[in-house]
Write a protein that binds this ligand. Structure first.
Ligand code: ADP
Ligand code: MN
Ligand code: MN
Ligand code: MN
Length: 336
């Protein structure tokens, strides 16, 4: 008997790279090796020099196909086997290798919006006009408030069966908007698991006839945007409070907020307006329980005098490898 390995990789389509995949059928007992694809169709090569190498970096059971079938997360390499310029995972690998002693870990909150392909509007928005204003939808229950829960349950089960570090889900503030969390796991693993979880979500949504959007501001106006809040700690932060404050200060050091925003996802100015539970993109602040700050220190962390910080700025469309590499580098290089 043969089995199927679904090779996953990240394309080079600017400004928001997305996940791609194709299937390899392997004889029983043979493990998935290096493969390749046509980079000229993914904005990663020219037609006359189109081969991009797929290097398997992480694999897990394929919860959709079941059986012996697997998902294989890959990094893109050039044919000389060095990282392709779009290989952002290499940045996360380097950051973790440099600072592994400080034991950085991440929990990412992936927000997203289910889109009705017939209208192009979020699920739960009527074809003409608007639903009732935000208020009852966040963590709500009931058919008028909640849209797409069957898909969310399927996706959660799939992530668990794949062995991903999914840690929770919730309905969000705008109708049709949801969140899942991955973590806490290390700088590289959080990106691997988050990209696979995105793949499973898009793939399962096909069966439900809905599209998943990670646009940071899917609806203009008085509707919440979609972020990828980034919870982060080092060993020292998990043990005492002083490193928590030092980490916030390192994140706000001269030039750092601007540097980070370049890697926090396209369209960040549209989402970080200062309204809808965000700080403005051109201001930096941190505070206990403050959902209007760039970085929130959860109340439990202030109470316990140790724990983690939440960077609320990354967009839903950010690349988790880029975000985790930036935060690891900034905080750990300050020896926190
Ligand atoms: P919020 O209240 O902001 O909605 P969530 O419960 O959605 O918070 O997400 C919190 C995230 O923080 C989870 O993904 C969890 O795994 C992560 N987390 C918990 N402890 C730590 C820690 N010490 N370091 C990093 N991340 C952590
Ligand atoms: Mn959350
Ligand atoms: Mn949220
Ligand atoms: Mn959050």
């Amino acid at each position: 008997m043969a089995y199927r390995a679904e090779y996953l990789w990240i394309d080079g389509v600017a400004p928001t790279p997305e996940i791609r995949s194709k299937t390899k059928i392997l004889p029983d007992g043979e493990s998935p090796g290096v493969w390749g694809y046509d980079g000229s169709s993914t904005n990663q090569a020219t037609g006359d020099n189109s081969d991009v190498v797929l290097n398997p970096v992480f694999s897990c059971p394929d919860p959709i196909r079941g059986g012996a079938n697997i998902l294989v997360m890959c990094e893109a390499l050039l044919t000389d086997m060095t990282p392709h310029p779009t290989n952002t995972r290499a940045l996360a690998v380097e950051a973790l290798a440099t600072y592994a002693d400080q034991e950085p870990i991440f929990g990412l909150e992936q927000e997203y919006t289910l889109i009705n392909p017939a209208t192009g509007w979020p699920a739960g928005f009527p074809p003409n006009g608007f639903p009732a204003p935000q208020g009852p939808y966040y963590c709500g229950v009931g058919a008028l408030k909640i849209h797409g829960r069957d898909l969310i349950e399927e996706h959660t089960s799939a992530c668990i069966e794949a062995g991903l570090a999914i840690s929770g889900t919730n309905a969000e503030v705008m109708p049709g908007q949801w969140e899942f969390q991955i973590g806490p796991v290390d700088t590289v693993t959080v990106g691997d698991h988050l990209w696979i979880a995105r793949y499973l979500l898009y793939r399962l949504a096909e069966n439900h006839g809905v599209e998943v959007s990670i646009k940071p501001k899917p609806m203009p106006g008085d509707w919440n945007g979609a972020g990828m809040h980034t919870n982060f700690s080092t060993k020292a932060m998990r043990e005492s409070y002083e490193p928590i404050i030092a980490a916030c200060e390192a994140m706000g050091a001269l030039g750092k907020p601007e540097e980070h925003l370049t890697g926090y996802g396209v369209g960040i100015e549209d989402r970080l307006t200062g309204a809808h539970e965000t700080q403005r993109f051109d201001e930096f602040s941190y505070g206990v329980s403050d959902r209007g700050a760039s970085i929130r220190i959860p109340w439990q962390v202030a109470k316990d005098g140790k724990g983690y910080i939440e960077d609320r700025r990354p967009n839903a469309n950010a690349d988790p490898y880029v975000v985790s590499a930036l935060v690891t580098e900034t905080v750990c290089s300050a020896l926190i």
